[in-house]
Design a protein around this ligand. Structure first.
Ligand code: GUN
Length: 279
């Protein structure tokens, strides 16, 4: 039976530290969230970010645009928020409606306000091994791994998924932590064998319960990034009930990576605010 990496508890610790820092510095960091269209999950995530921000004493302002918005309208809003010195952090909630070039919009966010760390500048800095603002989910995953295993040097890490939000940046972070990193994806051959060689598995492909017990080496650490809705129930990319008997540590869904992502977004916004104020 493995130990559970309790993302909810770790996130509470991080939030507590931020709340204390906000009080001590006598500041109210402001996070702007651009929310376009009617994606139901996005509305839930944004509500959650707003609630978490309020818990630590941060102001989260949501700027909603209709589903019918065109590229230029969304870009104009980002531009306005960039130029508003009362705003410390900006995120554009993904996915954006069809036909919108999300990468272009995200890369318009000023690097010092890009608290999702997904713009070209911050993503590039991470890939170069000189991180500035690190994307929230990968940052949360690394925190969870270090809290479980300590030093990651020399570990064989397999990342399943190559998205810009998780797979690619978490691979860079693991590489920067001296892991040997394999990025697996939908065209990878013998995925099961590749996964089974790993000391660390990061499951981030959006494939419900794809990681089974015979895909995991005994004692491996397994982080589940999947959020799949099936018949109204949320399940991860890992078959938790099977894998929990094999892994040394495992993160659950829900209560694993999800709360850590929100905590790290809030942490990035807090730090961006301090930096902008020269504190
Ligand atoms: N949608 C799913 N995950 C994320 C994220 O980390 N940031 C943003 N902006 N949108 C998302």
């Amino acid at each position: 039976m493995s130990a559970i990496i309790d993302g909810k508890a770790l996130a509470e610790e991080i939030k507590q530290k931020i709340a204390e820092g906000i009080l001590k510095n006598n500041i109210v960091p402001v996070l702007a969230v651009v929310l376009v269209g009617n994606n139901e999950a996005s509305h839930i995530y944004v509500k959650n970010k707003k609630k978490t921000a309020a818990e630590v004493g941060m102001d989260c302002r949501v700027f909603e645009l209709p589903e019918s918005s065109v590229q230029k309208e969304i870009e104009a809003l980002v531009d306005k928020l960039n130029n508003d010195k009362n705003i410390n952090g900006i995120i554009v909630q993904l996915p954006l409606p069809r036909g919108i070039d999300a990468n272009n919009i995200i890369s318009l966010i000023s690097p010092e306000k890009d608290v999702d760390g997904l713009g070209v500048y911050n993503a590039g800095r991470l890939a170069m091994g000189e991180p500035n603002i690190v994307a929230a989910t990968p940052k949360g995953i690394l925190y969870m791994l270090k809290s479980a295993a300590g030093d990651l040097t020399g570990k064989n890490a397999v990342v399943v998924g190559r998205s810009n939000i998780v797979g690619r940046p978490v691979s860079s972070l693991l590489l920067n932590s001296d892991c040997t990193v394999t990025i697996a994806h939908s065209k990878t051959k013998n995925l099961q064998e590749v996964a089974k060689a790993a000391d660390i598995i990061i499951a981030a492909c959006g494939c419900p319960k794809i990681i089974k017990k015979d895909w995991v080496k005994k004692g491996a650490i397994v982080i589940d990034v999947g959020i799949n809705r099936i018949d109204g129930k949320i399940s991860g990319d890992v078959d938790f009930d099977e894998v929990k008997d094999i892994a040394s540590y495992i993160s659950p869904v829900p209560g694993g990576v999800g709360p850590m992502t929100v905590a790290m977004l809030i942490d990035n916004t807090y730090n961006a605010c301090l930096k902008q104020l020269g504190k």
